[in-house]
Design a protein around this ligand. Sequence first.
Ligand SMILES: [Zn+2]
Length: 249
Amino acid sequence: MLSQDERERYDRQILIKGFGEEGQAKLKKAKVFIAGAGGLGSVTATYLAAAGVGVIRLVDHDNVELSNLNRQVLHWDEDMGKKKADSAAEKLKRLNPGLKVEAVKEKISQANISQLVAGFDLIVDAMDNLPTRYLMNKVAIEMKIPFFHGAVHGFEGRAMTIIPGETACLGCVYRGAIAEGKFPVLGVTPGVIGCIQVTEVIKYIVGIGQLLTNRLLVYDGLNMKFSEFKVKRDPNCEYCGHSRGKESR
Ligand SMILES: [Zn+2]
């Protein structure tokens, strides 16, 4: 049930066809795990908080640095040196006091990931490196937790939604590792991709629309083009393949 304040706060989205108070109540019950409080994490956490999800667990072990501020819009000049998870949680609570936000200042690893995501309804990929994405993809599939992928580089971004056991996963799409280290990002690129991820998360929770599954969406801001690549589940995928384990790799 929604309170009168909640009815008023979420009035415009409750008006959306297929959404209604039932949709809002589903958002209120939802527990969302966000991996990373950087560019994508700032945008996804902000819009999910504003939309009225019940619980956000935001995981990031880094501190706010000056070079983050062109894109990580939850962190401001005054926050430099603070833990990103704390800086983000503080703003999110001010944005929506009804939100329960948990700031976890740990580095996501093989050792803690299963425990960190346990009990959560979905995982938002707001990371900046492929090894951690692969790790989260693996755990999402093992634990059957939907996984909302997003990635940015310069003017470009990508997004895909993964429903474990049903749709193609990151391993079906990407092969091998991509070069690590410092890479360029225009501030608005995570804005675009983060908003696409949140749109997917809200649709998934409310149960409306068609998800970005078995399709990789590629955004090219420099030429302002969106392209879509059809993706199939790979039977030999090391994470979700049907024949996994039957043969040696
Ligand atoms: Zn796969």
